[in-house]
Design a protein around this ligand. Structure first.
Ligand code: BGC
Length: 352
C-alpha cells in the first residue's frame, strides 16, 4: 500500500490544491483532491486486466470550480435539498442560500464542495481530509469541524468515513457525490448497468424535487430495484415520479435511522465485468441517474453527457428539517455526527 501526493493546481487566491493517490498492491488507485475532498478518479482493472477510471470528473481546478455538478465532491453541511432554503432550530429561523430555482437549497450551495481542505496521511492506506465551516457560513448555525477519511483496502474496498461536530445545535448530512460508470468515464451511457437497491420504499417528491412527505412502496413500480435490473429498463416509464424528475433522482429508504455498516446494493457492468457493492451506516441513498448531465466537457475534454454516470449518494433523507416523520439528523452542540460508506469493487465471475 502507498499514498503519494502531487500538485493539482491552484485556487484563484493562490492556495495550492493537491491530489493524493492511494494505491494497493493490485494497482487499484483512489485519487482524492484537497479541493472539496473530492474523489477524482478510481482506477480498477477490468475482466481483461485493463485499467479503467470509473469516475466522471475533471482534470483541472478551474474545471471543478466552473463546470462541476459535484462530481466526486464531499457535500455538506447538508447534502441534497432543503425546501424553502430555511430551517428553524430551537425557535430560531435561519435563512440559507436559495441556489436552486431561487427557492430551495441544494447541496448547501457547495459550501464543502468547492473549498480547499487540509490533508493528513495517517497511514499507508488512507488520507484524512479536514475542513472547518465557520459559524453562519451559507446560513447554517455553528462552527462545524469535519474529517473525512478515504481508505482503500487490499481487496479493493474504498471506505469513506465521516466525523463532524458543531458548537451549536444544527442539521448535519454529509455525502460523497461520485458519478460512477463501471465501464469507464469515457464509455457512454450507464443505462445497460444492472443495479440492485435493498429498499422497499422511496420518498416521493414534488416538481421541485422536494419530498412531499412519507414514503411510497417500490412494489409494482419502476422504482423497484430489489431484484437487480438494468437502470435503463424502466427509466422512461410513464410514472408520475419519473416524469417529475426526468429519470431516477430519488431518495431510497434503507432503514429508520443509523445502524451498523450494512450492504445496501450492487451495480454491475457487463462489458468491463466490474461489479460494485455498496455498504453504508446511513438510512437513505439518493439514486441519481445523471439525468441533468449535458453540455459540459470533463476529463480529457470529452463530453460528459446525460446518463453517462450514476450516483448512489448515501445520506439522511432530503428536507429532513421539515419532515418530522423522517429519521432526524439534528445534532446537539458537541454531539458527533459519524457515518461510513463503502464501495467495494470486484470482477463478476462467469461461472453460473
Ligand atoms: C441531485 C440532482 C442534482 C445533482 C447535481 C443530485 O444529488 O439529486 O437533482 O442534479 O445532485 O447537483
Amino acid at each position: 500500500m502507498s499514498v503519494t501526493r502531487e500538485s493539482f493546481g491552484f485556487m484563484p487566491d493562490g492556495t495550492e490544491i493537491y491530489k493524493y493517490i492511494i494505491e494497493n498492491d493490485c494497482g487499484t488507485q483512489a485519487h482524492v483532491l484537497t479541493l472539496g475532498a473530492t474523489l477524482q478518479s478510481f482506477i480498477f482493472a477490468d475482466k481483461n486486466g485493463e485499467a479503467r477510471d470509473l469516475l466522471l470528473g475533471f482534470d483541472t481546478v478551474e474545471d471543478y470550480l466552473t463546470k462541476s455538478n459535484y462530481q466526486g465532491a464531499t457535500v455538506g453541511p447538508y447534502c441534497n435539498r432543503i425546501g424553502g432554503a430555511a430551517i428553524d432550530i430551537n425557535g430560531k429561523h435561519y435563512e440559507l442560500v436559495a441556489n436552486e430555482k431561487g427557492v430551495n437549497n441544494l447541496h448547501s450551495n457547495g459550501e464543502f464542495s468547492y473549498r480547499p481542505w487540509k490533508a493528513l496521511v495517517p497511514d499507508a492506506d488512507c488520507v484524512e481530509m479536514s475542513y472547518v465551516s465557520p459559524d453562519g457560513e451559507g446560513g447554517f448555525p455553528g462552527e462545524t469541524k469535519v474529517q473525512v477519511v478515504f481508505k482503500l483496502s487490499q481487496d479493493n474496498k474504498l471506505s469513506i468515513r465521516y466525523h463532524g461536530v458543531s458548537d451549536r445545535d444544527t442539521y448535519l448530512n454529509f455525502t460523497n457525490h461520485a458519478y460512477f460508470n463501471l465501464n469507464g468515464y469515457d464509455s457512454g451511457e450507464i443505462l445497460g448497468h444492472t443495479l440492485r437497491i435493498d429498499a422497499d420504499a422511496f420518498t416521493p417528491v414534488d416538481a421541485m424535487s422536494i419530498p412531499t412527505g412519507g414514503s411510497m412502496p417500490v412494489e409494482g413500480t419502476p422504482f423497484d430495484f430489489r431484484t437487480a435490473k438494468k437502470i435503463g429498463l424502466e427509466i422512461e416509464a410513464d410514472h408520475e415520479q419519473l416524469k417529475m424528475t426526468g429519470g431516477y433522482d430519488h431518495n431510497y429508504c434503507l432503514c429508520d435511522g443509523p445502524r451498523d455498516l450494512c450492504e445496501i446494493g450492487e451495480a454491475m457492468a457487463e462489458e468491463s465485468g466490474i461489479k460494485m457493492n455498496i455498504y453504508t451506516t446511513l438510512p437513505g441513498v439518493q439514486f441519481y441517474a445523471g439525468n441533468f448531465l449535458a453540455g459540459k466537457t470533463g476529463k480529457k475534454g470529452l463530453p460528459m453527457n446525460k446518463r453517462t454516470g450514476f450516483c448512489l449518494e448515501t445520506q439522511y433523507y432530503p428536507d429532513t428539517p421539515h419532515r418530522p416523520e423522517f429519521p432526524t439528523c439534528l445534532f446537539k452542540a458537541g454531539e458527533a455526527y459519524e457515518s461510513e460508506t463503502v464501495y467495494g469493487f470486484s470482477i463478476v465471475s462467469n461461472e453460473k
